[in-house]
Structure formats: structure tokens, C-alpha cells
Design a protein around this ligand. Sequence first.
Ligand SMILES: [Zn+2]
Length: 189
Amino acid sequence: MNSDESLKKLKEGNGRFVKNSPSKKDYTARRMELISGQHPFVTVLACADSRIIANYIFDANLGEIFTVKNAGNLADDDITLGSLEYGAAHLHTPLLVVMGHEGCGAVGATCGCKGKSDEGHISSIVKAIAPTAEKDSYDVTKCIVDNVKETVKAIPKKSRIIKRIMDEKKLKIVGAYYSMSTGKVEFFL
Ligand SMILES: [Zn+2]
């Protein structure tokens, strides 16, 4: 599967989710099928928010989406970057989607405190979003979108492995915004 086919599959799945008509899944059969290994068709970096579940949003089965989650869908730490590299380099997913979402609490909190927090490790999340929040004059909706765009740009700068796979035309990174109100995912192409 190439990145276009992967994106098409995501859009089709999201279409079913929006219509509230998910495909029928046999989890037991699929689980057994996957014991020997996984071949997901996409890597998704999404927010840790409990309402943001990629497999539901894209109506995907077990083993189809390699999901990396953290509050604010950031790619600032080594574990996240390592997970994204694993998806691209070892699982060979042709597409990496960075998905922000309506009502993101991480972005909302950063805008709310004007990028200043000293609360344990939460301050690291705020610090990572702060430059974008400041640029967007602490407008939450604008910052959610720009935070995704910044992350898309940052990933190949921070990861030589991902940059190489992109240069080989084996990986595309796209940003996306999930509207909780409509269920629709809009891709930034
Ligand atoms: Zn969020």
C-alpha cells in the first residue's frame, strides 16, 4: 500500500464513522490472524484524550493503525520520536498522520496560562506548545491547527530516520483535525 491508498482507506473509514455505520468486525478471527505479526497501514500520532480513539474514528480493525498518543499530539520527546520511527522504519507504514482535535485540553490549558506552568511534568507539555500559542495570540482553535502543522514540520527535522524514509518517497506525513461535533477528520494536504 502507498501513502495515497492509505489516506483513501482512512477517509473511507472516517466516512463510515461519521455515518455511524461501522463495518462488521470479527475480533476473535482478526486477533488470531494477528498473532504472527502486525502490518498496520498507517501510523497516527494523536492526543491522549480519551475521546480520541483512532480505531473508532477511522473505523479500523485490530492491527491496522499504529497509534502513538500523548497529551497535545506532540513529537518533542525521544520515546514519541522512537515510536514514530518504529512505525515508519520497522512496520513500513507509508503514511504518518498527526491528528489534533476540537477542544484539545493540552492546547486549551497552554493558551489559558499563556504558556507558563510549573506543574510537574505537565509543564513540559505547556512549554512545547507555548511558542505556537504565543504566535496565535492564545487563540485555542488556531493553536490546535498550528500545533499540528508545527509537529508535522518538526518530525523530519528531529528524526534522521524519518527524513530518510521521506526522501526515499516511502513515507508521507500529513496533519489532520478531528471535529468532535461532526466526527469528521479534515486532512491538511
Ligand atoms: Zn487533546
